[in-house]
Design a protein around this ligand. Structure first.
Ligand code: PMP
Length: 398
């Protein structure tokens, strides 16, 4: 305990925040000799630096005074219209006034916490789920209920009148989930939408990776399927994985009544997302740039994923199992039950290899400590092969 009495008092909300032990352990992964599969960063080779540079330049040259002025909380109108049009791609028919531009989808998660969660409110999450969402929601002190999952992602039948009663929403990641890399089948999307409509539970669909599909067939999103089934759906999207995360630009698509409340919340949070960034991103993508650009990013991720799967098949023991993602950035490994991912990490770091142990990705009951998340997008091929060989050896020795 800190014996010094500070001349200030943190809120109870802030006092319950703890820094994670794993984050502390992973600090060493910044050392250059470490082969890190721990990061969640997109590959910087995929950032279209020159195109974005030119777009910022054009916006400032042609429209500088508006680009540097305050703007509407809802977002830059042409960008909202672009997003609404783009959502046809995932099978949703929404109007631009059902779109709110946000400063990255992480901000959307925080705003949804403010909108829906009182202390003790029930929130349904996949087991495991995205750690950053759990962190955002946890500030509002929900009670998490884990929806059961299997090799096909979340199991809609696991959502029962009992388990779901009074839940404020279910948070779901249907494409190449973070952390598992799993994709929800079309049948399960429909089943989930129907169940949520019947149980009157809003669906929060988080889809940062949907455009990064490099295998299998694209599936319609929960937004369109859910609306058709009569469910309330709030969809989160982002430019972080299709352009660059440093832009801090994303969106929320939701029914007007929800958007109106979120606008009040966003106004109180940061007035609006940076006008210059919104205009420059619109300038970048308005002529169809993403259609040209994304195949390169998908090819890169596919290749990287292939290197890792190939090395795992060669070096991991038959007692381990892992997911084979159709897109995105992550592979999820399940080890024999007696192997604890956090203990394995400590030994891996001694051998200069890092990953994220699976346990922190679980909220509610039923955490599986014998799991880990591997990210393959930022590590060169030779290091992927070397790092996986070391991990395989450590698993066999355990
Ligand atoms: N949701 C998921 C599932 C993510 O993986 C991430 C980024 N790691 C985010 C949201 C946040 O992304 P951003 O704020 O950059 O849009």
């Amino acid at each position: 305990m800190d014996s010094y009495t500070h001349p200030y008092t943190f809120s109870q909300r802030a006092q319950q925040l703890t820094s994670s032990t794993i984050r502390e352990i992973l600090k060493v992964t910044e050392r250059p000799e470490i082969i890190s599969f721990a990061g969640g960063l997109p590959a910087p080779q995929g950032f279209p630096v020159d195109v974005i540079n030119e777009a910022f330049g054009r916006v400032l040259a042609q429209n500088g005074r508006s680009a540097l002025q305050y703007g509407p909380t809802e977002g830059y109108a042409p960008l909202r219209a672009w997003v609404a049009e783009d959502l046809k791609r995932v099978g949703a028919d929404v109007s631009p006034d059902e779109i709110l531009i946000v400063s990255g989808s992480q901000q959307a998660l925080d705003m949804l916490g403010k909108l829906f969660i009182d202390p003790g409110s029930k929130v349904l999450v996949e087991a495991p789920s995205y750690l950053g969402a759990l962190q955002s929601f946890s500030l509002f002190e929900p009670t998490y209920v884990a929806v059961p999952t299997d090799g096909g992602g979340l199991i809609p039948e696991g959502l029962t009148a009992d388990s779901a009663a009074g839940a404020r929403f279910i948070y779901a990641l249907p494409n190449f989930q973070n952390p598992t890399g799993l994709t929800l089948s079309l049948e399960r999307r429909h089943a989930l939408a129907e169940r949520c409509a019947a149980l009157q539970i809003p669906i929060v669909e988080d889809d940062p990776y949907g455009e990064l599909r490099y295998a299998g067939e694209a599936l319609p999103g929960l937004l369109g399927i859910g609306r058709a089934a009569g469910a309330t759906v709030v969809r989160l999207g982002t430019f972080s994985k299709v352009l660059a995360p440093g832009l801090r630009l994303g969106y929320i698509a939701a029914p007007r009544h929800i958007i109106a409340k979120l606008v009040q919340i966003k106004q109180a949070t940061d007035l609006h997302t940076a006008t210059l960034t919104q205009m420059a991103v619109y300038e970048t993508i308005k002529g169809g740039f993403l259609t040209q650009h994304l195949p390169m990013v998908r090819d890169l991720y596919k290749q990287q994923c292939g290197y890792m799967l190939d090395a795992m098949a060669q070096h991991f023991p038959a007692t381990a199992s892992w997911t084979r993602p159709e897109g995105g950035m992550f592979i999820w490994v399940t080890l024999p039950e007696h192997i604890d991912g956090t203990k394995l990490l400590a030994r891996a770091i001694e051998r200069n290899v890092a990953f994220v142990p699976g346990e922190p990705f679980y909220a509610g009951a039923g955490a599986k400590a014998n799991t880990l998340r591997l990210s393959f997008v930022t590590v060169p091929e030779d290091k992927i092969r070397a790092g996986i060989a070391i991990l395989g050896q450590l698993i066999k020795e355990s």
